[in-house]
Write a new protein. Structure first.
Length: 242
């Protein structure tokens, strides 16, 4: 058919997120992945969220991006999901929910959770958590500006990393940490628009160089299937096998 499809997962074009995933591969297995993106939305942002929730939930809309990250970190087959959700406002259709939390289990023993909530009632306490833990240590995104109150519904804050904290679990003969924690600041910190620009440049490169996107598309389908399974778990109250 001579056509190209690039799925809009902009975190795949963010140097700091690429580094975050790369460092996770140094932690051993299994991995424990903890991520959330809660948004205390109001005004135009809340109106956008209300419109989105006519057809989907926060853990589907946002969750696909972070499930994709988890799959890249573990490089293992997801086998099971369990999820919960709550309808915190009568402004959304009955049967839908504006807060959700999912748990996922992988074939290699890795586990992860993701949490997403939208609305004027959502707490901004610990709204931005992104870290991964393994037998050899942990890597965390350490926000500075993005962790402040009033930032949770900012599109710019959703992809920014600001700093990565790399922690080694290695101990010396006295049971003390052998290596100090490392703070990794990457100079290349594109804003949301620049990430979109990079994605478009990648799309052009794919066309010009005829790059095979089979795996790229399959990864996107997989993460969406996982998110839909989580949505099914919320509505059924049951664990869903993948």
């Amino acid at each position: 058919m001579n056509k190209k499809l690039v799925v809009g997962y902009i975190l795949r074009h963010h140097p700091s997120w690429e580094k975050f995933i790369d460092l996770s591969h140094q932690l051993g297995k299994p991995l424990v992945m903890r991520m959330n993106l809660n948004q205390q939305s109001h005004g135009a942002t809340w109106a956008t969220h209300l419109n989105l929730m006519k057809s989907l939930s926060p853990i589907v809309d946002c969750g696909v991006h972070y499930l994709d990250v988890m799959c890249q970190m573990t490089q293992a087959k997801p086998v099971q999901v369990n999820a919960i959700g709550a309808r915190l406002t009568d402004e959304i259709p009955a049967g839908n929910y504006n807060y959700g939390q999912l748990q996922i289990r992988f074939e290699d023993g890795s586990v992860g959770w993701y949490e997403a909530g939208w609305g004027p009632m959502i707490s901004e306490t610990a709204f931005f958590v992104k870290d991964v833990i393994g037998p050899k240590g942990s890597v965390s995104i350490v926000p500075k500006e993005n962790s402040k109150a009033g930032k949770s519904d900012s599109v710019e804050s959703h992809s920014k990393t600001e700093s990565l904290l790399f922690h080694s679990a290695e101990l010396d003969e006295n049971g003390q940490f052998l290596n100090p924690d490392q703070i990794i600041d990457l100079n290349d910190e594109p804003d949301h628009q620049e990430l979109c620009n990079r994605e478009q440049r990648y799309f052009l490169k794919v066309i010009q160089e005829d790059i095979d996107l089979t795996n790229h598309v399959q990864d996107a389908i997989n993460s969406l299937q996982i998110a839909f399974a989580c949505d099914e778990s919320v509505r059924s109250g049951k664990v869903v096998s993948l």
